[in-house]
Write a protein that binds this ligand. Structure first.
Ligand SMILES: [Fe+2]
Ligand SMILES: [Fe+2]
Length: 276
């Protein structure tokens, strides 16, 4: 049986997240015999609320094959135009209106094998006006059908139930459904009965002692006072990198394995963050 391994990394938060990615990705690739890397970069700018063209190039330079995103893709205006260009490496959720800049699906080729990557966003407690993520993936699969059987879906959503539902809906139709957006890794990774690898949330890459990557104080202020507060990326160690890798049978496109990844590192300093 010929297989391929794909590593998916959860939402990278600000400079510490980028430094973690840069420091650990090559070793992970080698140790786990990874063929392709998909990273969610929606929070990877300095404020943890977007991505820039420079950061897209940073991820590519450091070995990411595809960068997925979510609701924070629109945090930097310079990315609007960038998404409208012909580049195929940065995805925004596919269920935005057809006229919105960017694409939500791409096909990459590694080791002579084509891998389709789809990014969609949930609607429950999020953007209820987006197109249906279930039907959006259905229609993309029609397009991918004669191109590749290996397909990974990044489902960027708030509720576990909506991600769970998409996993079961796509069981047997795609290689993997991995959740992002909630930034907390779930321990429910498994291969579903018909061969789709599934995890509700990959987790995040950034500061461990934080509230989903951001400094605690302003968020606590907001919860306690019910007033607006400016959220700031937490840059104090220790840092974590969370994700999961999947193994896929290239003949069937079905997953044979899914394993969680968790790295904790307290040695990253501001110099590493500046370099990332
Ligand atoms: Fe996020
Ligand atoms: Fe998000």
């Amino acid at each position: 049986m010929s297989t391929i391994r794909i590593l998916c990394i959860g939402d990278v938060i600000g400079a510490p997240g980028r430094a973690m990615f840069q420091k650990h990705i090559d070793r992970l690739r080698a140790e786990l015999k990874i063929d392709a890397v998909i990273v969610n970069g929606e929070n990877s700018d300095a404020r943890g609320r977007g991505i820039t063209p420079r950061i897209v190039r940073f991820f590519k330079h450091n070995g990411a094959n595809v960068i997925t995103s979510g609701n924070h893709i629109w945090g930097n205006k310079e990315i609007f135009e960038f998404l409208g260009t012909a580049q195929q490496d940065l995805l925004r959720p596919a269920n935005y209106p057809r006229t919105t800049p960017g694409i939500g699906v791409t096909i990459i080729e590694v080791q002579g094998v084509k891998i389709g990557v789809i990014n969609v966003m949930g609607r429950v407690f999020m953007h209820e006006h987006l197109d249906c993520p279930f039907r959006t993936v259905d229609s993309i699969l029609t397009y991918l059908k004669d191109k590749t059987r290996i397909v990974v879906v990044d489902m960027h959503a708030e509720t576990t139930s909506e991600k769970n539902a998409l996993g079961h809906y796509l069981d047997g139709k795609v290689s993997a459904v991995v959740g992002t957006h909630t930034h907390v890794q779930t321990a429910d990774e498994r291969v579903l009965p018909k061969g789709t690898a599934y995890i509700t949330d990959l987790g995040m890459t950034g500061a461990l002692n934080s509230i989903i990557g951001m400094k605690c104080e302003p968020i606590l202020f907001k919860f306690l006072q019910q007033m607006p507060a400016k959220f700031v990326v937490e840059e104090e160690p220790p840092f974590v990198m969370y994700g999961a890798w999947i193994e896929v049978d290239t003949a069937t496109g079905h997953a044979t394995r899914i394993e969680r990844v968790k790295i904790v590192d307290d040695a990253i300093c501001s110099k590493d963050m500046d370099a990332a």
